[in-house]
Design a protein around this ligand. Sequence first.
Ligand SMILES: Nc1ncnc2c1ncn2[C@@H]1O[C@H](COP(=O)(O)OP(=O)(O)OP(=O)(O)O)[C@@H](O)[C@H]1O
Ligand SMILES: [Mg+2]
Length: 313
Amino acid sequence: MLSINNLSVELKSPDNPFIILRDVSFRLKKGEILGIAGESGSGKTILAKTILNLIRKPVVKTAGSIFLDEKELKDEKDFAGIRGNRVSMIFQNPTGSLNPVFTVGAQITEAILAHNPNIKKKEAWERAVSLLSEVEIPHPAERMNSYPHQLSGGMNQRVMIAIALSCDPEVLIADEPTTALDVTIQQQIILLIKKLNIEKKLSVIFITHDLGLLTRIADESCIMYAGEILERLGAKDLKENRMRHPYTRALKDCIPAIGDKRQYLNTIKGTITFNGASFDNKCVFADRCERKTERCVREKPEFRDGFSCFNPL
Ligand SMILES: Nc1ncnc2c1ncn2[C@@H]1O[C@H](COP(=O)(O)OP(=O)(O)OP(=O)(O)O)[C@@H](O)[C@H]1O
Ligand SMILES: [Mg+2]
């Protein structure tokens, strides 16, 4: 459905240039939920924005191609044709993404009218009510008249999802949609996205820094580090610790489980590196890796069979 090939994005700033995304490739199949996990700063949001051509200088795409159903998206005209249309996006902070001075009903209706200029306002309003009920907001007709500040964060995220669905997209990109919410609400939003995925055959790219979430929602997950995808694996393999890349294992070991008796939680030693020319012939995770050998610092492992590592688990 959506295919990303050898995408590279760089920060072209005079003082601190670096590679934000290096040689990123993946395919999103129809009806699939693809998870993307990575630490803060690993390039997840830039990846989402690049797919929709929303990056601006000094952040520049330097290589790669993006295809939606066999058709390459090349210039802004191609992207404008699919953005908020065949491909929709929701963000981390729902309350901040809505306009505080309009009711949620007005905002959803406006989105519907933007995509269907020929329908009457009353019909758009009725569609908005049915979208609110689709995202499981109780008493949708009444809620239409609420302002964002009168609703909880979880309710506002449902409103954002309703707006994203207003154009009947085929692909939804969700960038940390539950990060600002508490865990019970988080679970409800996850279940809602899963429901939409199944009922509407919606393909989803689910971005998060929380690997634990991906075992619950994603069919497949890409593990990102400093702008590179180090591993791609299915939910079952992730859950049952059948990963091959040491970084995926290290990330997984950081997640506390219920009943965990450890006095201290694991962390990965060191900090995330800025990717750049010094990693052209070196594994980007080598400096923090417990399985590092001499080869890892003079050659870059190719991504093959779902991972890029010379000394896989
Ligand atoms: N407009 C910009 N100018 C300069 N640097 C930028 C810009 N946008 C992003 N970056 C840098 O690119 C890198 C990737 O950023 P990105 O926002 O994609 O990370 P992320 O994985 O989404 O992190 P988080 O989990 O914190 O949201 C970061 O190092 C960030 O500082
Ligand atoms: Mg981000």
